[in-house]
Ligand binder design. Structure first.
Ligand code: UT7
Length: 325
């Protein structure tokens, strides 16, 4: 039985300065603002500057999260960074963040579960903290998907953007009360039968190159709502919490239609749904912490609120988490 729980101490995010609008994209490929908005809900996305790498975005988000937590880098002894667009094949992008923060103790590593990366990283850090092996973790989702997009493929290049978000989690004694703060439950799934539905057509061991993102969008869409609602129902069953008692639904921001369809199927009221896909596009592992940071900064998510997280993406991988903020 666990005697520790992981509590959210702070949240932060970073978006590159450059904004690419749908109108800008319509000058690059055969698309339109109307098509993109109607099919995805996306209006704009941020794009990293030349030379600005994933660890730069992650470091800025981590610093913001530490400031929000009122903590110093030295207080952190674990960094779990979810990304599919690392600075280099190795070392892990997490160690660049660690060195940027001036931390020389503890452990830092990357985790790769594509768009589900942040939920997988949160579950991983939660288990480390609950085990007592580490005290305070930075859980980061950071991506520069602009670097793996085929900018001549209108079916994918209009969907994604760059950004980073971070949470500070702290291990605290579990007092066994019903309304205690912290990560309440996490549920992770994968099914490699679908690995070719959303993938990058290059890699170290296969082509010795980076490759481009390829997606059978309609196929991903077809599975998304069912997988998402299934794993959320697992989280509800594990906790006794339900659509009526959550305060906020912060889903992976891939497509407005998928988010609305999932919320509708689960009976989650539209006013509880946090949407950032309109301004950020799909930032893969960064999308949930970016949305959390945005809803925390504008005062929507408050201490004690029950927040439901969910993601689904390449692999396929999918997962859910319930957090009492
Ligand atoms: O984050 C990881 C998970 N990823 C996702 O969740 C993405 C899931 N998939 C989706 O979000 C949607 O499938 C898309 C947004 C990618 C596409 O929407 P859709 O409603 O499934 O469209 P479609 O792929 O069925 O394409 C409809 C039409 C096609 O033309 P035809 O064959 O009907 O003549 C496409 O060629 O739209 C065309 N099309 C475009 N038209 C204008 C595809 N991309 C574009 C575009 N602009 N950018």
């Amino acid at each position: 039985m666990s005697h520790l729980r992981s509590v959210v101490r702070g949240v932060g995010s970073y978006l590159p300065a450059r904004i690419l609008t749908n109108a800008d994209l319509a000058l690059m490929v055969d698309t339109s603002d109307e098509w993109i908005v109607q099919r995805t809900g996306i209006r704009a996305r941020h794009i990293a500057a030349e030379g600005e790498v994933t660890s730069d975005l992650a470091l800025s988000a981590a610093r913001a999260a530490l400031e929000d937590a009122g903590l110093e880098p030295a207080d952190i002894d674990l960094i779990v960074l979810a990304t599919s667009t690392p600075d280099n094949t190795f070392p892990a992008t997490a160690v660049s963040v660690q060195s940027g923060l001036g931390i020389t103790h503890g452990a830092a590593f990357d985790l790769q579960a594509v768009c589900s990366g942040f939920v997988f990283a949160l579950a991983t850090a939660d288990n480390f903290l609950k085990s007592g092996s580490h005290k305070r973790a930075l859980v980061i989702g950071a991506e520069t998907f602009s670097r793996i997009l085929d900018w001549s493929d209108r079916t994918t290049c209009v969907l994604f953007g760059d950004g980073a978000g971070a949470l500070v989690l702290e291990a605290v004694p579990d007092e066994g009360k019903d309304d205690e703060r912290g990560v309440l439950t996490t549920h992770l799934r994968s099914d490699g039968r679908y690995k070719t539905k959303l993938y990058v057509d290059g890699g170290v061991s296969s082509t010795r190159s980076v490759g481009y993102l390829r997606m059978e969008g309609r196929e991903v869409f077809r599975h998304a709502v069912g997988m998402i609602t299934d794993v959320i129902e697992d989280a509800f069953r594990a906790t006794g919490i339900d659509a009526g008692t959550i305060d906020w639904f912060v889903p992976h921001q891939a497509n407005r239609r998928i988010i609305d369809g999932s919320a509708h199927k689960l009976g989650i009221a539209p006013e509880k749904v946090v949407i950032t896909v309109d301004q950020h596009g799909n930032t893969s592992a960064a999308s949930i912490p970016l949305a959390l940071a945005s809803a925390h900064a504008d005062g929507r998510i408050k201490q004690g609120d029950v927040v439901l997280l969910e993601a689904m993406g390449g692999g396929f991988t999918w997962g859910s988490a319930l957090v009492r903020w």
